[in-house]
Ligand binder design. Structure first.
Ligand code: FE2
Length: 362
């Protein structure tokens, strides 16, 4: 999601959506003998060495070059340039969704790393996958010009039942205790239905998206909610990773990203894939438009929501969780002069790319 401004609120739909839907997939209890055992137990898992350290370094260099391409004076070796003035506009101090970044060649290269695709193939037990058009995270440590506070949240609508989406990130830089990064509430996915059996209000966090931007699949937790999960045995952990590691978590899991406080720049690409069969024809059409226009989306590769009488939403897409990130990056109340509608380096459009984008059938 991006913290940007919207000029006018889209009209309320006349028919309220019904978020409830059957489990999209049922995993029978069994032993896999690999990382899936831990994933199904805790709702999250780190998978080691998915790409080589050399490949991770390639992506780090690509991300640094991407920041430099904006010609705002950013220098990775000069900490005085690690400020908003010298960087493209980001969310929470380093998440990039605008400027066509979800479709940069490096982002598609990461999504199509064979070992990355294999993770999702194993998880969902199908080779017919589609991906989200997620952003990346490049966070400079010790930023003094960024106001930051934890924002524990989950990315699944409380009314959706079962595991319907899984999120992931490919980590490029050494990421230890002081290097910021992903916080996960281990075990919280399993308590999702119990927590939301009661009426819960999404926390009014300072970084919550404005009400006009309707994320169907975002719930922000309060400190009291965090304690609720901890009292039931869940553990809030900082995920430490080495370059090339991948972390996967059920979208019902409470999580947030911390800013780094050490010396290391955080380099991450968010990557999510779900079975193509989860997507409706309208979703696939919307994905094609996003792909062709270099538009980003949320973490959700597919869309499942029943809205009686509704075929699809277009431009405002307020009820689609394949939500086109069309908001312009805003700088000092104006559209960033460096805004752009296409990547600096366009992706090499292979069959794998087109299939993951949902454009080409399997
Ligand atoms: Fe999230």
């Amino acid at each position: 999601m991006s913290a940007t401004e919207v000029k006018s609120a889209p009209a309320e739909p006349e028919v309220k959506p019904d978020f409830s839907c059957p489990d999209l997939v049922v995993f029978e209890p069994r032993t896999y003998g690999d990382w899936r055992d831990e994933f199904h137990k805790n709702g999250c898992v780190v998978i080691k060495n998915v790409i080589s350290p050399e490949r991770a370094q390639y992506y780090r260099e690509k991300q640094i070059q991407w920041l430099k391409n904006f010609e705002l004076g950013f220098d990775e070796n000069d900490e005085s340039t690690w400020t908003a003035d010298h960087l493209p506009v980001s969310f929470k101090g380093g998440m990039y969704f605008a400027y066509g970044s979800p479709h940069e060649r490096m982002s598609w290269e990461a999504r199509t790393e064979p070992a990355v695709i294999e993770i999702f193939e194993r998880l969902w037990e199908t080779k017919e996958l589609i991906c989200s058009f997620d952003g990346m995270n490049i966070s400079m440590p010790r930023r003094k010009d960024v106001r930051w506070s934890p924002w524990p949240h989950c990315d699944q609508n409380p009314e959706r039942k079962g595991m319907q989406a899984v999120q992931g990130l490919l980590n490029y830089a050494p990421n230890g205790p002081k290097d910021g990064g992903l916080m996960l509430m281990k075990g919280s996915a399993k308590l999702f239905d119990e927590f939301f059996a009661y009426k819960r209000e999404s926390f009014d966090h300072e970084d919550a998206p404005p009400p006009e931007i309707k994320f169907m699949d975002l719930f922000l937790f309060s400190e009291k909610d965090v304690k609720w999960f901890q009292e039931r045995g869940c553990e809030l952990v900082k995920v430490n990773m080495e370059p090339g590691d991948f972390v996967l978590w059920d979208s019902r899991t409470m999580h947030y990203a911390c800013l780094p406080e050490g010396d290391q720049i955080r380099h991450v690409q968010y990557i999510c894939m779900t079975p193509r069969r989860f997507a409706t024809p309208e979703t696939l059409e919307l994905k094609r438009e996003c792909f062709e226009n270099y538009t980003g989306t949320t973490h959700w590769p597919h869309w499942y929501v029943s809205v009686p009488g509704l075929v699809r939403y277009d431009t405002n897409d307020v009820l689609s969780n394949v939500r086109p990130a069309k908001e312009k990056p805003m700088r000092d109340g104006k559209v960033c002069p460096k805004d752009r509608s296409e990547p600096f380096e366009k992706p090499v459009v292979t069959d794998t790319v087109l299939r993951l984008a949902g454009v080409k059938a399997y």
